[in-house]
Every structure is written in structure tokens, then in C-alpha cells.
Design a protein around this ligand. Structure first.
Ligand code: BGC
Length: 689
């Protein structure tokens, strides 16, 4: 891979030389997005079919005379937002998180990088690694799950893939950005250990993996806007973590004050100039911003862009857009991430020979469930809906579709069918990116937002399942959504439940294959599913102040001794696996866990083997256990393999508030290897470090 940090540092001399020849005006100009509203409107006018955000890569900076390329921003994460009907729409990151497949995520990164290059872009703004404090966060779909370690691993894989194509990966939103409706006004607060261990650790992982750009967030942290945050941007990111790349603001409203932002470490105001440009020039002239701040920003921008673009092959290859290989990755991802939550009496997979007539119920059955309509909206050439995918998987079966709005009719149809599939959950109206008109002046659309009312299904969907489910025992409920959906109230009314997240352009196909057994499900929940919403941390969604506790998700439930309905890391298969011979050892700087795993059922399948570390001997307040490794193991019937998972001992550290450092406790740790975070699914051991 060319664009590692080491490689970039090799451009320092050249960047310095260029910097020394620039005027102050030229340096300041590098720090501004250039996507003027006029340019956007002109683009829309020229091509009225393409009136959408980021149709073309958004430019910033650049200086032809001095040989500095523009930064050309393309959004994500579910693919490349540019163009219309051209790019591959992958499943959302939450589904990709459920696959626990870092190799696949890296390949998806390569595909995204190539598609960005096809638009002439050079930066991917879609490595979203925010950690939902509460699963109601409307943009949860853009991240990988609730667990910091897992976020770090998945995000790093995407960074490696994208940058492997010489496209800058921008990780976002730094930091504490996990409330949508309040994102422009909420000030988040937490203690130091929560900050470092829970909310910043995965950002550091991605920086260590070589991410060359960071997007600051809209929200405030301890009363200061994250886009101006001297502590977060200068002290932690640039000094402590030795970040060599550049920072950009979240778009349009992420910079609120010229001097505060520039002094706080902000490098580029996106996507057009409001507080930088002439105002920044003036601030340098009147002494409120030292010129050194401008030099540092310009140097970072120049060096990064030189390193990434210096070796571009000329010419743009558009044949990669939604090409066969990329679409195949989208299918593979959906197959690997869709998660089977319940399967009473092995009702699934449906037998094609026995199911002559299948009823699909629910408005989402006939929809294009690819995710929200915010900045991550990718427009692929086509989307396979759930009902289309089911028809493709069972061409001999008569597939009847009904919206389910008339419950009596649905009951009658269910009685006439051999099987019923409910497709229920959310769409872009229920959750997603949100912009309130009152806060973002001049903005004319608002979408999704947080799930402010409930984490469950809509009332009419619950009523439908409860009324129709008991009519036909061959039933499956397919859940569409970007994060955990409550099932407690209705789960007994159906025989099986599948979490499909937002499965991308080929999601319908993967779903059909799973329902009829052509694909054996192997996804695992990247979040806990509780019995009660009240088991999770409470959040006031419309607020100016929110405290984050140290505990959330499965760590909170475990600490409080609350049994979850389904544990973190849970997912069923059509086969069974048996684990044995667990062994744990410390090897240099790594903790190595291993076990034998055997496929004891009749079908080929894949298990995600997980490593957890427990802290019951700690002298301080620590979680019962935390995920510290995972690996997918594919096995044929009767096949046995050894699963070996390694985790850097460094990842067992806690943040010592007295010394201000991550430190290892020297003690005996519990170590677990198994198939979910539930202790019944884990083999146990101990290790002294
Ligand atoms: C979002 C970012 C996005 C940017 C560009 C912001 O509102 O928070 O994730 O990259 O817009 O549209």
C-alpha cells in the first residue's frame, strides 16, 4: 500500500518547499471548501435530473500555479454518493459490522476507492465510526456497532482499502457525534475514562491504521464546538496521536468562529467559505490567529494531497462503476451480515418443494431498503427489493405480495399460503440524517432523525404480526433498520426472525437466498438486544446537554446483571458448531486465544469466533468483559479447524486519570473464546499479565 503515514512523511520536504513559496492569501485559500451554492445550483441547472448533494466531488483548496491539487470530496459510507444510477450501493455499515469481516471491509474499501477515482475524486468522507450511546441515534446505520474495539477494527479495514487505491480516507465525526436531532447544539459531557476508553479509542485505531484525514463533528464537547476544539484537535489528535494529515469541518455549519476554529486546530472549512477566507486573512493580520497556525494547516494539506495524487495514473476509468466485481462484493456483504435471530423448530430455511405459495406482508417488502436520504444516500443503477429477491430465490413458488394494511385481508391471505414473511421496520422517514430548518438557515429539507419515540416497530406492524403470525406457523419476520429493533412484544407471534439492516442494492437477493437456504446466515449482532428499552442508557434527544456514562450496550447490562434478550455477538446458523480445547497465552505483546471449532450439523456454514477479556480482579471499576478479537471461520459439515485470535495486550489497558496515560493492570484476567458474549456460549480461561 502506497499511502501509509511513512510514505506521506516522505513528501515533507517537497511540501515545505511549496509552502515557503506561497503568499499568506494562497495559504489561507487552501483552507476553504469551494463548493459555492452558485456552483451547486449551476450544476443542478445543467443537469436537472441530478439535483442532489455531492453529485460531483466537492472541491477544496488547490493552487495550480504552485502545483497543489484540489481536495475532491466524495461522501459515503454505503458506497460513493456521486453521480446518479452509477455507483455500487453496498449494505450500510451496520450490516457490514454484523459480518465481522475485516477482509471483506477492506475489499469494499478498495471498490469505493476505485469508484471515487472514476469520478476524479481523491477523498472518501465515509469512514463513520461514531459509537451509538443509545441505539436510537438516527445515523446508526452509518457506523458498525456499539463496541469500540470492533469499530476500530472495521473502520481501520475500510481506511486501508480506500487508501490502498490512493484515495484519502476521512474518518468522522470526531467526536461524540451520536445524537442527530440535537447535533448542532448538544454539548456532550463524560469523564476522562469514558472519553478515552469508550469514545476516542476507535478513532485512535483508525489514525494508527493510517487515516490521512479527519472530519470534526457539529456537536460540542464540554461546552466547546468540536470543530474548534483545541484539546480534541490539537492536543489529542495532532500531538498525542501524532496525526500527520488534515482536519476538515463537518459541512456548512461546523465552523462557528474564525479565530476559535483556526486556533483550535481546524484545517479546512467545508464545503464553502463562511468563517475562513477573507475573515481568516484579517484574523492573521490583526493578530488573533498566529501565522504559524496557517502554515501548519497548509503544510498538512499540501503534504497529504501530494502524497496521494503524485502517482495517479492519468485517465479516469469509469468501467469500474457498479462493475460485476463490486456488485459481487455488495452481495457477499449482505449474505455475510444478515443475522438470524430466532428459528423455532428450524422453520427456516423454507423448503422450495413444500412452499408452493408464499405471502410477503408489509410495505417495506416492496421497497428499496438501502438506508436514509441524508448525505450517505447512494444512487445505484438498481435495487432488488425483498419481494423481488424472494421471487428470484424460489422461481417455482407463487409469491403473493400485500402491504398488510388491511389486517383481516392479511389474515385470510396468510391462511391460504404455505408460508408468510413479514417485512417490517424503518425507512428514511423514521431514522437517518436530520437537518432542522430553524438551526440551519436556508436549508429546505429535513429527514429521518433519531428514533425519538421508540426503538420498536410501528404500532400497525406490531398489530399485524400479532394478528396474522398465529395464522401460519411457517412464518418469518424480516427487520429493516439501522440499529437494534425491539422484538419483545411480538416475538412469540412468529416462528423466525431475521435482522436484515439496510442490505444494499443486492440485499433482496441475499434475503431470498437465506430464506430458502441457498445461503447459510452467519451475521452476528453488533449490538445487544435487551428485553426492555429502559435497560439501555437514557437520552434526551432534543437537548443542549447530554452526559454519557462509562457504560452502555452489553457492557452496561452485564455490569448491572441484567439478562439481555439476545446478547452482543449473537446470530444463528442453519448448522451447529462445537467449540473445544480452548487455550490462552501471552506471546510478547499479544494475547493469543485459540480453540477447535467443528461443524456438527449438516450444512456448510461460517461461525464468528469471538474473544472477550474479563476484568473482575481489577482494582478499579471496569466492565465484566469486553470484546477484544474476532474471526470468521468457514466449515463444511463435520470439518474441524483451529481458530486463533490474537489481540495486542495494549488493548487491555485502561486510562489512568492520574498519569493521563493508557496503562495495563498487572493482574489475572479472565479470557473467553466462543460464539457470542453470553457466558454459556464461551469457553473460559485465565491469564496473568
Ligand atoms: C454530515 C457529514 C457529511 C457532510 C457532507 C454533514 O451534515 O454530518 O457526515 O459528510 O454533511 O454532506
Amino acid at each position: 500500500m502506497k499511502c501509509t503515514k511513512e510514505f506521506r512523511l516522505g513528501y515533507s520536504e517537497k511540501a515545505k518547499e511549496i509552502l515557503n513559496k506561497l503568499t499568506l492569501e494562497e495559504k489561507v485559500a487552501l483552507m476553504s471548501g469551494q463548493m459555492s451554492l452558485q456552483l451547486e445550483m449551476q450544476n443542478n441547472a445543467e443537469d436537472p435530473d441530478n439535483k442532489h448533494y455531492n453529485y460531483i466531488p466537492y472541491p477544496a483548496g488547490g493552487n495550480e500555479r504552485a502545483g497543489i491539487p484540489q481536495m475532491l470530496f466524495c461522501d459515503g459510507p454505503r458506497g460513493v454518493v456521486c453521480g446518479n444510477g452509477k455507483t455500487t450501493c453496498f449494505p450500510v455499515s451496520m450490516l457490514r459490522g454484523a459480518s465481522f469481516d475485516t477482509e471483506l471491509e477492506e475489499k469494499i474499501g478498495h471498490a469505493i476507492g476505485k469508484e471515487i477515482r472514476a469520478f476524479g475524486g481523491n477523498l472518501f468522507g465515509g469512514v463513520c465510526i461514531n459509537l451509538p450511546y443509545n441505539p436510537g441515534w438516527g445515523r446508526s446505520q452509518e457506523t458498525y456497532g456499539e463496541e469500540s474495539f470492533h469499530l476500530g477494527q472495521m473502520g481501520s479495514a475500510l481506511v486501508r482499502g480506500v487508501q490502498g487505491e490512493d484515495v484519502i480516507a476521512c474518518i468522522k465525526h470526531y467526536a461524540f457525534n451520536q445524537m442527530e436531532n440535537s447535533r448542532f447544539k448538544v454539548s456532550v459531557d463524560c469523564d476522562k475514562r469514558t472519553e478515552r476508553e469508550v469514545y476516542l479509542a476507535h478513532f485512535k485505531d483508525c489514525i494508527d491504521a493510517g487515516a490521512a484525514s479527519v472530519m470534526s463533528s457539529y456537536n460540542l464537547y464540554k461546552g466547546t464546538h468540536c470543530g474548534h476544539h483545541d484539546y480534541l484537535l490539537n492536543e489529542v489528535l495532532k500531538k498525542e496521536w501524532d496525526f500527520d494529515g488534515f482536519i476538515m469541518s463537518d459541512f456548512y455549519w461546523g465552523v462557528k468562529d474564525t479565530a476559535e476554529a483556526a486556533n483550535g486546530g481546524q484545517n479546512i472549512e467545508m464545503a464553502h467559505t463562511l468563517y475562513f477566507g477573507d475573515k481568516l486573512l484579517q484574523a492573521v493580520k490583526d493578530g488573533s490567529v498566529p501565522e504559524g497556525k496557517i502554515d501548519d494547516a497548509a503544510f498538512r494539506i499540501i503534504r497529504t494531497l501530494l502524497a496521494f495524487t503524485d502517482q495517479y495514473k492519468t485517465g479516469v476509468d469509469t468501467s469500474v462503476l457498479a462493475c460485476k466485481e463490486h456488485v459481487a462484493l455488495a452481495i457477499e456483504s449482505a449474505r455475510k451480515g444478515i443475522t438470524l435471530l430466532k428459528n423455532n423448530d428450524n422453520v427456516l430455511p423454507f423448503d422450495k418443494k413444500r412452499i408452493k405459495k408464499l405471502l410477503v406482508l408489509g410495505t417495506l417488502g416492496d421497497s428499496e431498503p438501502i438506508g436514509d436520504h441524508g448525505s450517505s444516500w447512494v444512487r445505484p443503477p438498481y435495487v432488488i427489493s425483498p419481494v423481488q429477491g424472494i421471487r428470484m430465490a424460489a422461481s417455482e413458488t407463487q409469491v403473493v405480495y400485500d402491504s398488510g394494511e388491511d389486517v383481516e385481508k392479511a389474515k385470510r391471505l396468510a391462511g391460504e399460503a404455505d408460508a408468510v414473511v413479514f417485512v417490517v421496520g424503518y425507512d428514511h422517514n423514521d431514522e437517518g440524517e436530520f437537518v432542522s430548518e430553524s438551526e440551519a438557515e436556508g436549508y429546505t429539507g429535513s429527514m429521518g432523525g433519531d428514533r425519538q419515540v421508540s426503538l420498536g416497530l410501528h404500532r400497525n406492524e406490531i398489530d399485524l404480526i400479532k394478528a396474522v403470525g398465529p395464522v401460519n406457523k411457517n412464518s418469518a419476520a424480516v427487520l429493516i433498520g439501522g440499529n437494534m429493533i425491539m422484538i419483545t412484544e411480538w416475538m412469540d407471534s412468529v416462528s423466525s426472525i431475521i435482522m436484515a439492516y439496510y442490505p444494499g442494492m443486492e440485499g433482496g437477493r441475499a434475503l431470498g437466498e437465506i430464506l430458502f437456504g441457498e445461503t447459510n446466515p452467519s451475521g452476528k449482532l453488533p449490538f445487544v438486544l435487551p428485553y426492555n428499552e429502559s435497560d439501555l442508557p437514557s437520552v434526551v434527544w432534543d437537548t443542549t446537554y447530554q452526559h454519557y456514562d462509562y457504560y452502555h450496550g452489553y457492557a452496561k447490562l452485564e455490569k448491572e446483571g441484567v439478562e439481555p434478550l439476545l446478547p452482543y455477538g449473537f446470530g444463528l446458523s442453519y448448522t451447529t458448531f462445537e467449540l473445544s480445547n480452548a487455550a490462552f497465552k501471552a506471546d510478547g505483546d499479544n494475547l493469543i486465544a485459540s480453540c477447535k471449532i467443528k461443524n456438527t450439523g449438516g450444512k456448510e456454514g461460517t461461525e464468528v469466533v469471538q474473544l472477550y477479556v474479563g476484568f473482575s480482579n481489577s482494582a478499579i471499576d471496569r466492565p465484566v468483559k469486553l470484546l477484544r478479537g474476532f474471526k470468521r471461520i468457514a466449515l463444511k459439515p463435520s470439518e474441524e479447524k483451529e481458530a486463533v485470535i490474537s489481540c495486542p495486550v495494549e488493548k487491555l489497558c485502561y486510562y489512568n486519570e492520574k498519569t493521563g496515560k493508557m496503562e495495563l493492570e498487572h493482574m489475572e484476567y479472565e479470557v473467553y473464546i466462543g460464539t457470542s458474549s453470553n457466558s454459556n456460549d464461551l469457553l473460559k480461561g485465565k491469564i496473568r499479565l
